[in-house]
Design a protein around this ligand. Structure first.
Ligand code: RP5
Length: 163
């Protein structure tokens, strides 16, 4: 299946976080590709990936990085596709460095910044699917079913002290 979402990250070490985006995309039936693309270690690859992404059929890019997290912003500078940034929880500063690096973009180049860590990666997958769902009825219905199921699970388990 033609990938619609490019799920990229600065290092293989980001995968335990970023796989939660992949889990959500799988759940919602959105085809995606995964790649390590580093702003600092493979800058030429970053430019090539971002510049060719739209022509290769991608619709959204999810980019996760930690520390001096330049990947989402630099990718956004090289493509008109929507870029969703996931701040990976860093060892030194718990991801606050990643968050600020990704969120504090100068006006004129947009990155949609998610929460630090697993929740951010999960929601990046969800938000990417929601963007795809604006043009794809099957994906939109899968999102509606996911949310209805999530609501029902909470309603079915009202007692927090129950087993
Ligand atoms: C960033 O540096 C990556 O996104 C990763 O979060 C962080 C550390 O990378 P490794 O040293 O673990 O490869 O570029």
């Amino acid at each position: 299946m033609q990938p619609l979402v490019g799920l990229i990250m600065g290092s293989k070490s980001d995968w335990p976080t970023m796989e939660h985006a992949a889990v959500m995309l799988d759940k919602l039936g959105v085809p995606y590709e995964t790649r390590v693309v580093s702003a600092h270690r493979t800058p030429d690859l970053l430019f090539e990936y971002a510049k060719t992404a739209a022509d290769r059929g991608l619709k959204v890019i999810v980019a996760g990085a930690g520390g001096a997290a330049h990947l989402p912003g630099m990718v956004a500078s090289q493509t008109a596709l929507p870029v969703l940034g996931v701040p990976v929880q860093s060892k030194a500063l718990n991801g606050l460095d990643s968050l600020l690096s990704i969120a504090q973009m100068p006006g004129g180049i947009a990155v949609g910044t998610l929460a630090i860590g697993k929740a951010g990666a999960t929601n990046a997958g969800l938000l990417a699917a929601q963007i795809i769902g604006t043009q794809d009825d099957e994906v939109r219905q899968a999102i509606e079913a996911f949310r209805a199921d999530q609501t029902q699970t909470v309603l079915d388990n009202p007692d927090p002290a129950a087993d």
